[in-house]
Design a protein. Structure first.
Length: 541
C-alpha cells in the first residue's frame, strides 16, 4: 500500500526529513531533478516551464537548469524577474538558473505565451502547488486557459495548478495535465473531487532515499491499495467445500416499489462467490423475486400496506438471519417503520452485517443529531460494514456536509471513533471510494464514470456481502477485504464499459461481469508483482 498525505502531513514530513539532515533546499533540488527526469522521458527538444512565486516554481527553476544542461531549449515563463520572486528558496534557484543557458520570459502577453507553447514539445507546469488557496489570481488566471486551449503535453509539478491539493476542488480554472509528478507522496486532492479529471497519470518522486524509514513518523490521510496488495483474495476454490461452507448470505432487501434492488444485490453476492444466497423480502414482492432468480430461495416477510416490511417483519427477519455467515440489509427497503425495526433488530445480532442504502437512512432516522452521537446503536461484536454514498454519510452525521473525498474521510472517522471498534468499516462511496476503519483509510482503485448508474451501489453491496461470507478464517483487516470488493466492482465497470460503451452501462451488466472482473483484478495483481509480463496480460485479457 502507498501512503496518500494531506498538505499538513506533507509539511510535517518535510520537517522530519530536515531534522534527519536533509534541508528543504536539498529537497527542492531533488524535486527539480525528478521533474527533469520525467520530462526527458519524452525526448523533448523545446520545453516551456511556467513558474509561479512559490516553491512549486522553485522546482520548475531547478528542472530548467538541468534540462538546459542536457541541450534542451528551455523557455521559463515567470510573472516577475528572478530577483522579485517572493519565496526565498525559489528566488535562490531562480537567480542561479538565470545565469545559465535558458530563455527567461517575464510577464508575456496572451499571444506571446500562446506562441511559445505552440512551438514546445512539452509544457512543465510549476505555477502553483500545495500553497495555492482561494480564487486564482492574474496572471495565472490568464495563463491557464491559454495552456488548456492549445492542449499541449503537460507535466504538472506536485499538483496541477489551480487544483486545491487538499480538497481536489477546482474553483475557477486548472491546468489539464497529461502527467503529474508529485513529491514525496501523492496529495489527497489528486484523488478527490476534480483531481482525477485534471491530474492525468500520477507519478511520485520519493526525493529522499530513506523515505520508508520516516514516512510512518507522520500520519497518513489514506493508503492507496494496489491489486498486488489483494493477492491473497485470488486463491482458487478448494475442492473440499459445499454450498454452505463456501459462505452464505441473507439479503434483506426490496419492497413493492423496489424489487429490483433485492434481485441485483442477491445475484451480485452469488456471483462474488457466496455458495448459498437467500432473499428475505416483503411478501408483496416475493413472487417477483422468485421468478427473477430461480437459484435463490425467497423468504416471505410480512408487508405493510405499501409493500414494505411491516410490523411483524423484525422477528421473522432476525430468526432467518441466525443461519447465515453474512447479512446484507438495505437495498430497496424504504424507510417505513417496519424497516427501521428490522435494521435495529439486525444490529442487535452478532452476525456479520452490511448496511446499505435505506438501511443507513433508517439508522439516521432513529438517532437525533447523527449516529456518531449515539454509538450504542451500532456497538456490536461482529463486523459491521456501512456503505453510504456522500448524501447518506452526511445524514449519518447530523447533516454536516460531505462533498468530496476529504470530507467523506473525516465523516467516516467521526463514526468510527465514536464506535471505537476494529470490526466496523465505513465504505464511503464516491468517484473515489474510501474504505475507512479505525486504524487506517484505504483507497482502492477507482472505477470508470460508467459506474455512476442506478443500482450500481446494490451490486457493490452484494459483492461486499458475498466476499464477507466467504471470509471464515479471515483474520482481517476488514478494510482490506472491503477494498478487494470495491476493486472488483471497479473492474466490473471497466469490463462493462468496454463491452457496452462508456455511456450505455446499466447496473445489471455489471453483475454478469463480476467473474471477469475478478480475473482482471487477479491478472493486474500478478502483473504488479512481476509474475505476468505485459505481453501475456494483453493476451489473456
Ligand atoms: N513536498 C515537498 O517535500 C517539497 C515540495 N516542494 C514544492 O513546494 C511546493 C509548495 O510550495 P509553497 O511555496 O508553499 O507554495 P506554492 O508554490 O504552491 O504557492 C505559493 C505561492 O502561490 C501564490 N498563490 C497562492 N494562492 C494563489 C492564488 N489563489 N492565486 C494566485 N497565486 C496564489 C502565493 O502568493 C505564493 O507565493 C510544493 O507543491 C512542491 O512543488 C519543494 O520543492 C520541496 C519539496
Ligand atoms: K503545479
Amino acid at each position: 500500500m502507498r501512503p496518500v498525505l494531506s498538505c499538513d502531513e506533507v509539511r510535517r514530513l518535510e520537517d522530519v526529513i530536515e531534522k534527519e539532515g536533509t534541508s528543504k533546499a536539498e529537497l527542492m533540488e531533488f524535486a527539480g531533478e525528478f521533474v527533469a527526469s520525467e520530462a526527458l522521458k519524452g525526448n523533448p527538444s523545446r520545453v516551456v516551464i511556467l513558474v509561479g512565486f512559490g516553491n512549486n516554481g522553485g522546482d520548475g527553476w531547478v528542472a530548467a537548469d538541468i534540462l538546459a544542461q542536457k541541450d534542451v531549449h528551455v523557455d521559463v515563463v515567470s510573472p516577475v524577474e528572478p530577483d522579485e520572486i517572493s519565496a526565498p528558496l525559489a528566488r535562490h534557484v531562480a537567480r542561479r538558473t538565470a545565469g545559465r543557458d535558458v530563455n527567461i520570459v517575464v510577464g508575456p502577453s496572451k499571444d506571446e505565451l500562446g506562441e511559445l507553447i505552440g512551438e514546445a514539445d512539452l509544457v512543465i507546469d510549476a505555477i502553483l502547488g500545495t500553497g495555492f488557496h482561494g480564487e486564482l489570481r492574474p496572471p495565472f488566471s490568464i495563463w491557464i486557459p491559454v495552456v488548456n486551449e492549445l492542449e499541449p503535453t503537460v507535466l504538472s509539478v506536485d499538483v496541477p495548478s489551480g487544483l486545491d491539493a487538499q480538497t481536489g476542488v477546482v474553483e475557477h480554472d486548472c491546468i489539464r495535465a497529461t502527467r503529474t509528478a508529485t513529491m514525496l507522496a501523492p496529495k489527497l486532492g489528486l484523488y478527490s473531487a476534480d483531481g482525477p479529471e485534471y491530474a492525468g497519470e500520477i507519478v511520485c518522486g520519493r526525493l529522499y532515499d530513506q523515505l520508508d524509514e520516516v514516512i510512518d513518523d507522520v500520519e497518513h490521510e489514506a493508503e492507496i491499495v494496489d491489486s498486488a496488495d489483494l493477492i491473497d483474495f485470488f486463491e482458487p476454490l478448494p475442492m473440499n467445500i459445499n454450498k454452505y461452507s463456501r459462505g452464505s448470505v441473507l439479503v434483506v432487501a426490496g419492497s413493492a416499489t423496489y424489487p429490483g434492488a433485492a434481485m441485483m444485490a442477491a445475484k451480485a453476492a452469488a456471483r462474488a462467490g457466496a455458495g448459498y444466497v437467500a432473499v428475505a423480502c416483503p411478501s408483496a414482492c416475493a413472487n417477483l423475486v422468485r421468478m427473477a432468480l430461480p437459484s435463490v430461495p425467497v423468504i416471505d416477510i410480512p408487508s405493510d400496506s405499501r409493500g414494505a416490511f411491516g410490523a411483524a417483519a423484525r422477528k421473522a427477519v432476525c430468526k432467518a438471519a441466525e443461519k447465515f455467515s453474512c447479512v446484507l440489509c438495505g437495498p430497496g427497503i424504504t424507510t417505513a417503520a417496519g424497516c427501521i425495526d428490522v435494521v435495529s433488530g439486525l444490529l442487535k445480532m452478532d452476525v456479520p452485517l452490511v448496511l446499505d442504502a435505506d438501511a443507513l437512512n433508517c439508522l439516521a432516522k432513529y438517532s437525533i443529531g447523527g449516529i456518531d452521537k449515539t454509538p450504542e446503536l451500532y456497538r456490536r461484536d461482529a463486523p459491521l460494514i456501512l456503505t453510504p454514498h456522500h448524501k447518506e454519510l452526511s445524514r449519518l452525521i447530523g447533516d454536516d456536509p460531505v462533498a468530496d473525498l476529504g470530507t467523506a474521510i473525516e465523516a467516516s472517522r467521526r463514526l468510527l471513533w465514536a464506535a471505537g471498534s476494529e470490526d466496523m468499516i465505513v465504505v464511503a462511496k464516491g468517484p473515489s471510494t474510501a474504505v475507512a476503519g479505525v486504524e487506517k483509510v484505504l483507497l482502492p482503485m477507482a472505477g470508470p464514470a460508467s459506474l455512476a448508474t442506478a443500482g450500481s451501489g446494490d451490486v457493490l453491496a452484494g459483492i461486499i456481502a458475498g466476499s464477507v461470507a466467504q471470509a471464515h478464517n479471515y483474520a482481517g483487516p476488514w478494510e482490506l477485504l472491503c477494498a478487494y470488493a470495491v476493486t472488483v466492482h471497479s473492474f466490473t465497470g471497466f469490463a462493462a464499459a468496454s463491452r457496452f460503451g462508456e455511456k450505455s452501462v446499466i447496473a445489471t451488466d455489471l453483475i454478469d461481469l463480476i467473474g471477469d472482473a475478478m480475473e482482471l483484478a487477479a491478472e493486474s495483481a500478478l502483473h504488479d508483482l512481476g509474475v505476468l509480463d505485459e505481453g501475456s496480460q494483453v493476451e489473456e485479457a
